[in-house]
Design a protein around this ligand. Structure first.
Ligand SMILES: *[C@@H]1O[C@H](CO)[C@@H](O)[C@H](O)[C@H]1NC(C)=O
Ligand SMILES: *[C@@H]1O[C@H](CO)[C@@H](O)[C@H](O)[C@H]1NC(C)=O
Ligand SMILES: *[C@@H]1O[C@H](CO)[C@@H](O)[C@H](O)[C@H]1NC(C)=O
Ligand SMILES: *[C@@H]1O[C@H](CO)[C@@H](O)[C@H](O)[C@H]1NC(C)=O
Ligand SMILES: *[C@@H]1O[C@H](CO)[C@@H](O)[C@H](O)[C@H]1NC(C)=O
Ligand SMILES: *[C@@H]1O[C@H](CO)[C@@H](O)[C@H](O)[C@H]1NC(C)=O
Length: 418
């Protein structure tokens, strides 16, 4: 049995890279300037040990294999709703879906969402919404997200208010029910059996989360002041953690958790809070500050979750920064008018509370249809609330590499606890 010598772990992967290349060159060209045999042997041995140790503990990207995720189970709001709210309560109408699906497809965008690109990139089909009773296939996962969902119990629900009744704790309950009933259906056989995930898909699946935006954004439209919304952030994040733990307790192991985006850059916030302070890119600073406070508390909570859930691989994804670059460097990334809705009506931000994308408004006696702008492929915001397919694709490309993740591992490797 070889005993590896003690060593100080390298702090950065570039120093490791340097070390590895020295190791490799020694293995590859032992005759070159290599000193006496014994030295060569011991340095090779320590190189070998170093690689082994590093591979197993330190740098994820080096040693890790791509994961095989047989399924994705997603929890969230409209950022990742692939048809839940549409099936249950409110169906988007044209021009929603026009860019990719060429018809409304249950998504609040002109095309695909980040979760669609994620599913595709790990070799899985687009997720069916759990609430959709028509033509759905849950073999490779289910989507519990619904548009306008919150983490905490909402004060007012559709149609009496703006929020989805399917807040995170309900989504969790639906998942628990799905997990057990899907197996009953498999055991029965018949035409539905093959539309259900296999039992061992559940521990191997990727569990994805993108929720919190409506707890912050929605609070701003209730009686709460922004300071009160901000003060409720620790409670919101606690409630998020409670749900993640509950999902772990029923067998989930790989978690991919998005933080919340820059709320203050969205036309509906900009229009409704015209006097809120703007940052250098025109976003409403106080709203982004609250979003960032949420993200700070979320990051803290995830550190604790890693301690509390010893078998979980939890990847935290800073989607805020990826999305913010659409506003701070929009031209560089090929986008224009990032603060203006592509499909909306009126005002500086092409957004109005009284008529939304897909609706009609009577102006000077004639009816105007609120449709798409000319080039949604170079636009960031679709309808005042949601991103375009082009923006979603950009954000997906940014985050899937691991560049915005903690630990810094790509989506394909998110099953590994590092
Ligand atoms: C992992 O996936 C990437 C991207 O698809 C691919 O380039 C790479 O070869 C894969 N690695 C392994 C070890 O299969
Ligand atoms: C989470 O929210 C639910 C419903 O609003 C509530 O019953 C529960 O006590 C909350 N949990 C935490 C930890 O805040
Ligand atoms: C605001 O407060 C009033 C009085 O307390 C209440 O009737 C109303 O429902 C509240 N509105 C919202 C949006 O919470
Ligand atoms: C939110 O609350 C935190 C903690 O009290 C505070 O540090 C921060 O300044 C607050 N942010 C805003 C925008 O009110
Ligand atoms: C409606 O009519 C008024 C008066 O003719 C005109 O000033 C205004 O620009 C018109 N609005 C639109 C949207 O055409
Ligand atoms: C605003 O929305 C309308 C649809 O009502 C669209 O035709 C127009 O191009 C949009 N304006 C901008 C600047 O995107």
């Amino acid at each position: 049995m070889i005993r590896c010598p003690a060593f100080l772990p390298f702090q950065t992967s570039s120093s490791l890279l340097g070390f590895l290349s020295i190791c490799i060159s020694r293995f590859v060209s032992p005759n070159m300037e290599s000193p006496i045999i014994l030295n060569y042997f011991t340095s090779s041995l320590s190189c070998f040990c170093m690689i082994l140790l590093y591979a197993s503990t330190l740098n994820p990207v080096f040693a890790l294999e791509n994961c095989t995720f047989p399924a994705i189970f997603n929890f969230g709001d409209s950022n990742s709703d692939t048809g839940g709210l549409a099936a249950a309560l409110i169906t988007p109408t044209p021009p929603y879906g026009e860019t990719f699906f060429h018809m409304p497809a249950g998504r609040f965008s002109d095309g695909r969402l980040i979760i669609d690109f994620m599913a595709k990139s790990v070799g899985l089909p687009y997720l069916s919404a759990y609430l959709d009773s028509l033509g759905t296939n849950f073999k490779h996962g289910a989507n519990f997200a619904t548009s306008s969902s919150t983490i905490r119990l909402p004060s007012q629900i559709i149609p009496g208010g703006g929020f989805s009744p399917f807040y995170l704790n309900i989504q969790y309950s639906q998942f628990v029910q799905f997990k057990s009933r899907s197996q009953t259906i498999r055991e029965k056989g018949g035409i539905y059996a093959n539309l259900m995930p296999e039992k061992d898909y559940f521990p191997k699946a990727l569990y994805t989360f993108d929720i919190g935006q409506n707890d912050i954004g929605g609070g701003s439209f209730s009686n709460m002041t922004l300071e009160e919304v901000n003060a409720s952030v620790p409670d919101i994040v606690n409630n998020f953690s409670t749900n993640v733990k509950a999902i772990y307790d029923v067998g989930a192991r790989s978690f991919w958790i998005h933080n919340t985006g820059p709320l203050g850059c969205l036309p509906y916030i900009l229009t409704n809070f015209l006097s809120a302070q703007r940052d250098s890119h025109g976003c409403a600073k106080p709203y982004n500050d609250v979003a960032q406070y949420f993200n700070y508390k979320l990051k803290e909570a995830i550190v604790q979750l890693r301690i509390d859930l010893p078998l979980a691989a939890i990847t935290h994804v800073d989607i805020y920064s990826a999305k913010y670059s659409l506003f701070s460097e929009s031209n560089k990334h090929g986008f224009e008018f990032p603060l203006v809705a592509c499909c909306g009506y009126g005002g500086k931000y092409n957004y109005s509370n009284s008529v939304r994308c897909g609706g009609t408004i009577t102006v000077n006696g004639s009816q105007i249809f609120v449709g798409s702008c000319e080039h949604p492929s170079v636009r960031v915001n679709w309808d005042g609330f949601h991103y375009t397919e082009a923006a979603n694709k950009f954000v997906f490309n940014q985050i899937s590499t691991g560049a915005f993740s903690d630990p810094p591992i790509p989506l394909k490797m998110a099953c590994h606890r590092v």
